[in-house]
Write a protein that binds this ligand. Structure first.
Ligand code: ANZ
Ligand code: ZN
Length: 812
């Protein structure tokens, strides 16, 4: 065993800390580079190998960038409000605040043991008053701008978490946190108007250096559809309604129209005879989830209202139906049905024997859903779908029967939660003045400590008399506080801003400071946040920009998702499954550098994989070997008496490996391909070891090679490398050194090895000087003893030279 271990880690962590080596100073030379890892939730199971996999390699990347001359800002903090602490409290009776404080303490210790260059002086903890005060400020600003509003709406309810959820937190009809089936409830809730930014959120995606898949997910979630709203008048009254369609070209093929059961028009138009059926159908719909209703394969159901509407394009009377495949929450809650060209309409029309009329030519069977040439469409016959769509919309617009319309799937963000452990919403309700925002100078609205937080579907704060009863900031009369707290995604939607100015007690952040340090240049975290955190943060950034608080459009310019480290059983690590891997024991045994290097070497960074510690010992042995090599030649290189200026063959060989390693690592690091970087370092180690065992060594040259070697190793094994650097009597710190630059000429080999094939089979190899002409190569190949032996007595037909690789000799 070598000398490297936790005592070396501690030694250098102390020195880094005391010398403030990593402290961010925006006036330092070098381009600023904001490197951000998604902050952790302070859970009771502490940091596991997965957290390290997120933080360790990114820190190595940041160190590499630092050595390349960037001025690195790499802050860390905790996403500290939220359900797990509250649920834990319900189970154990330990107050969420107490458990959170304790968990943060442990996790901070663990993170420090990693020895990452975190800017701890910029730490942010979202459940602290000095942070959530500004989360509340953010709410007030959005409220002032009309971007926060309260409304009654059918919202998602998780019966197990006992709270409402945002649409983004419902995955396939299930709660994102606990996988319970989500139901609908009519409730008055607070929303953020993210939909005001739908178009920009969509457009700007193209400019971001993000994984394509993540961009596609956001794009799909925003869900832009370009179409038209078409007005249908009722046949027997002055009532009318609009439908949203992306296929105005099929307007002549409408044979019925459908209203969502929740559409308020249903009650007004349903004729006496059909009232009972329609009522019953509306009741039955309430039990269906939106997911079920949207399922393509589920049998379609519906009822006739007895009423008719007029198709504005041809004056034709069409029956009005009610069916649950039409959603109240999309478009206008009404559709024109074209059974010949839409799957769902086709299934419905077939079942209820409604007419099916083709208006688009193409394919044989029906429904035919692709664009094509219009038929049975009057003056529009012969146009293709695209032209026809525009022409029909133009006509509708001229006659005031419709208009072009863009729809988005994105809904406003529901931000209020009926739970305790979150930032209180800074609003007061007064009988006289109505909804009154708490004035900024009265922030924070403090979250009380003594609260009965058993979840029963009501906000725990509502039961806290001291909290809920207050006076109206406007008129002074007795009033009630809002009892809901903010979704924790609100807290995390702006934490990357606060990091840069975390001690500011006058404002959330200073605009100039923020504009200097942001946007985040590299963001690294899990892909599960694609349509939640990563979308919300973009929205908040844009809203703050439009209010003049910052001057950049996007918070995260470049994004990487690290892979998931699974438990040894191949399942997601979780305390309840008992398959979490704690880094602590490994670090005690091997040191933090070995653990970090193992994570980088053993797993593909963006893929991750099931945990196994098979290779960790060999990384430990590798570090020991490096140590032995360096030990063995430290004295030798101090004495330059055998030095010479020129390089002979041995030096050239090592020099080639040295420079090709520099080149490869520099390139692979930019792609965060850590495993190949470490493989390169191992190759370089082998080359060093080989050279050191030679008789005639050049001490000056060897020293240069070792210096580059330690620099190359430093980002991956920071403590060990710092130690080795000091043992070479080099000035503190290796992280103040410049990253080596490869020398192109060292990559040109004087000699190349080429294979000789006889009739396509390799029969030998020769070394020839590089740069020979084709004829010279031919001659050298033919002159080789191997060739001579193999072609003796045969006729030479042809010699083909593939430069730098092989010569093929054809004989008969
Ligand atoms: C007539 C039509 C004919 C349609 C045709 C499609 C094909 P996207 O692309 O997702 O925006 N639609 C509109 N509002 C709806 C609602 N509230 N619930 C269920 N379906 C609704 O889908 C737009 C299409 O979805 C619209 O275009 C409408 O059907 C339907 F050959 O109108 B279409
Ligand atoms: Zn839940």
């Amino acid at each position: 065993m070598g000398n490297y271990g936790t005592h070396i880690d501690a030694k250098w962590q102390e020195k880094w800390e005391e010398s403030k080596l990593y402290k961010f100073n925006k006036n330092k030379s070098g381009e600023k580079l904001y490197v951000l890892e998604m902050f952790s939730y302070p859970s009771g199971s502490n940091l596991h190998a997965g957290h390290w996999f997120n933080y360790g390699p990114v820190d190595s990347w940041a160190r590499f960038k630092r050595m390349q001359g960037y001025n690195i800002f790499q802050p860390m903090g905790f996403d500290a409000f939220g359900l797990p602490a509250e649920n834990y409290a319900i189970k154990t009776g330990i107050h969420p605040k107490d458990s959170t404080v304790k968990n943060i303490e442990t996790m901070e210790k663990q993170l420090r043991a990693m020895g990452a260059m975190f800017n701890w002086e910029n730490e942010v903890i979202t459940c602290n008053e000095d942070y959530y005060k500004w989360t509340q400020w953010l709410f007030l600003k959005l409220y002032e701008k009309g971007l926060a509003y309260r409304k009654n709406a059918p919202v998602n309810w998780c019966p197990s978490c006992n709270t409402v959820l945002a649409n983004e937190q419902v995955l396939d009809g299930e709660c994102e946190r606990c996988s319970s089936e989500v139901t609908k409830k009519d409730l008055t809730q607070w929303f953020f108007k993210i939909t005001d930014y739908s178009e920009e959120l969509l457009q700007k995606l193209d400019e971001l250096d993000w994984p394509e898949k993540t961009k596609a997910m956001q794009k799909h979630w925003i869900g832009k559809s370009i179409g038209a709203e078409v007005t249908f008048k009722m046949a027997d009254s002055d009532l009318s309604f609009d439908v949203f369609t992306t296929r105005a070209d099929t307007l002549f093929g409408v044979t019925y129209v459908v209203l969502a059961p929740e559409n308020p028009l249903v009650d007004k138009i349903t004729t006496e005879h059909y009232k009972k059926d329609v009522e019953a159908y509306k009741e039955a719909t309430k039990k269906q989830s939106e997911i079920e209703r949207q399922s393509i394969t589920r049998e379609k159901t519906g009822v006739f209202t007895g009423a008719y509407a007029i198709n504005p394009i041809n004056g034709r009377k069409v029956p009005v139906w009610v069916a649950d495949y039409v959603l109240a929450t999309y478009g206008t809650g009404a559709v024109m049905a074209v059974p010949a060209h839409d799957e769902r309409d086709f299934a419905f029309a077939t079942k209820y024997e409604l007419p099916i009329e083709r208006v688009i030519k193409g394919g044989e069977g029906l429904p035919y859903v692709d664009p094509g040439i219009m038929v049975n469409s009057g003056e529009f016959d012969g146009m293709n779908s695209e032209e026809g769509r525009d022409a029909i919309i133009a006509k509708l617009e001229r006659e005031s029967h419709g208009t072009k319309k863009i729809n988005y799937r994105l809904r406003d963000w529901l931000v209020s939660r009926q739970r305790y452990w979150g930032a209180p919403i800074p609003v007061v309700y007064c009988d006289k003045c109505g909804t009154v925002p708490v004035p900024e100078d009265q922030l924070p609205v403090k979250l009380p400590y003594e609260v009965e937080f058993t979840p029963d579907g009501k906000s725990p704060l509502a039961k806290c008399e001291d909290f809920i009863n207050t006076t109206c900031p406007h008129c002074g009369a007795p009033a009630k506080r809002e009892a809901d707290t903010l979704d924790t995604f609100v807290c995390s939607s702006w934490y990357y801003l606060r990091y840069a100015d975390n001690k500011n007690d006058k404002e959330a952040f200073n605009t100039d400071i923020i504009n200097d340090i942001l946007p985040v240049d590299k963001y690294v975290g899990g892909p599960e946040h694609a349509c939640m955190h990563l979308l919300y943060a973009r929205f908040i950034n844009k809203a703050l920009r439009d209010m003049g608080y910052l001057n950049f459009d996007e918070p995260f310019l470049s994004l990487t998702h690290q892979g998931l480290i699974l438990g040894p059983d191949g399942l997601k690590m979780s305390k309840s499954k008992g398959n979490t891997i704690s880094p602590d024991d490994y670090i005690k045994e091997f040191g933090s550098d070995v653990f970090r290097m193992y994570l980088m070497f053993g797993f593909d960074y963006t893929e991750g994989g099931a945990w196994s510690d098979d290779g960790i010992k060999s990384i430990g042995r590798f570090i020991d070997r490096v140590e032995r090599i360096l030990d063995s030649c430290r004295d030798y290189i101090k004495d330059p008496k055998n030095s010479k200026d020129s390089m002979d063959k041995l030096e050239k060989e090592l020099n080639f490996v040295r420079h090709s390693t520099i080149k490869a690592i520099s390139e692979d690091m930019d792609k965060m391909q850590f495993n190949t970087c470490i493989a390169r370092i191992m190759e370089y180690t082998n080359a060093l070891s080989k050279y050191i065992n030679e008789e005639s060594k050049n001490p000056t040259f060897l020293k240069e090679s070792l210096i580059d070697f330690i620099k190359l190793l430093a980002p991956f094994a920071p403590h060990f490398s710092e130690e080795q650097w000091s043992l070479l009597d080099m000035p503190f710190s290796v992280f103040n050194e410049k990253w080596p630059i490869f020398n192109e000429s060292a990559l040109v080999k004087d000699e190349v090895e080429i294979a000789i094939q006889i009739n396509g089979k390799v029969k030998g190899r020769i070394n020839i000087p590089s740069g020979l002409s084709e004829d010279e190569i031919k001659l050298a190949a033919l002159a080789s003893p191997d060739t001579q032996r193999n072609i003796a007595g045969k006729d030479l037909m042809k010699v083909i030279v593939i430069k730098g690789r092989l010569v093929n000799i054809v004989v008969k």
